[in-house]
Design a protein around this ligand. Sequence first.
Ligand code: SF4
Length: 457
Amino acid sequence: MIDQPYVYGHRELAEPDWRRLPGWADVPDSDWESAQWQRAHCVKNIRQLHQVIGDGLDEGFYADLERDQAERATMSMLVTPQMINTMVPGRAPADPGFTAEFYADPVRRYMIPVFSDRHPEWPSHPRASRDSLHEAEMWPVEGLTHRYPTKVLAEVLQTCPQYCGHCTRMDLVGNPTTVINKYRFELGRDDRLAAMLDYLRAHPGVRDVVVSGGDVANLPWPRLESFVASLLEIDSIRDIRLATKALMGLPQFWLADDVRAGMERLVATARRRDVSIAIHTHVNSAQSVTPLVARAAKAMLGTGIRDVRNQGVLLRGTNDTAARLLDLCFALLDDAKIMPYYFYMCDMIPGSEHWRLSLAQAQQLQHDIMGYLPGFATPRVVCDVPYVGKRWVHQVARYDRDLGISYWTKNYRTGVELDDAFALEREYEYYDPIDVLPESGQEYWRSEARSPLPAAG
Ligand code: SF4
């Protein structure tokens, strides 16, 4: 009998033993399960990484990391112990070959990027830009992106408990790096949130609010609860989605008694008002789904929220095969009860070329994951096209594979096109990473880089 391309097997979730890491050899369960301890022991720099991992990593790795931070990184380093512990699970730094395994680790690849990861000729696409989705252009009030007709994105804060190397909001989120200064909100937090609520009260056509940032787990819970409670008082709002990678990166936060009790209060109000509250998280690799993550997801479902959904990002070296995507989806679905929902193509921000996949690769992955998961849990692979929004990868209108340019259309006006009669007739472009193009396509971009044309759009 011939094997199926993917063979499912239920995988028991396991928490890797953090005591294998020299810096945390004596950390008791009670500390590990405390959100405060996790926040206080995040790895923020090379010295702290060295203290945790010890001499098991070659000096060359630390030099590679240092060079990336000096010349390329768009996000500063911030990795929770929970996430460090899922890198190279089951192996100790003293084990032979640890450095090579650390380099190859799917979580390390995007949380602790190093210089040698990046493409030497094309670290960035020539059309890459900060705020590549033009979210700030679509702010009717600071931090509130009104891109789709019926839904908005509320960027309530600029920080997260962990910083991902490929963060699409690298323009806004986190601390400045050597190469990237961050945009800072002009309004104070409370004035900004009040202005968002005023806008939503005045625009009853908006029914769905994604409360994001940053990561809502970094807003003090009473402030988050009061903002969501105010949303619940607006009659037109029917769906509220809380965006938090911390459900995976810092599950201890979502397991805390005060957070669970607060969510129960919000859900009770939401039920009376017939509103759905859901959590959207961001998990990119099966090894990130541990028993603590599953407990946090189930604790939140236990409060009565509508769902916990995952929006991962397709990243080379992390999840760019059908087997890795399916392993992740089954880990989420089987024991954590997290619904696989989207896989985004990585956005065209600076420094992301080595992570990005071509549209053709994304289409192939969508094809290859079909039929294994239940239909309701089969994630859509989507491209977030600048000035358009999310499009399923097979919705492309035209595709020049030689130059790696895909052309997309849309069926609604974003917030910046309400007076534009031609917005729905235009085609909008997305670009494949150059290093995967045929030689003729690569040569086109080299010659363009020598005499750049005005950016299309
Ligand atoms: S958690 Fe989300 S917002 Fe925060 S750094 Fe990661 S991708 Fe960016």
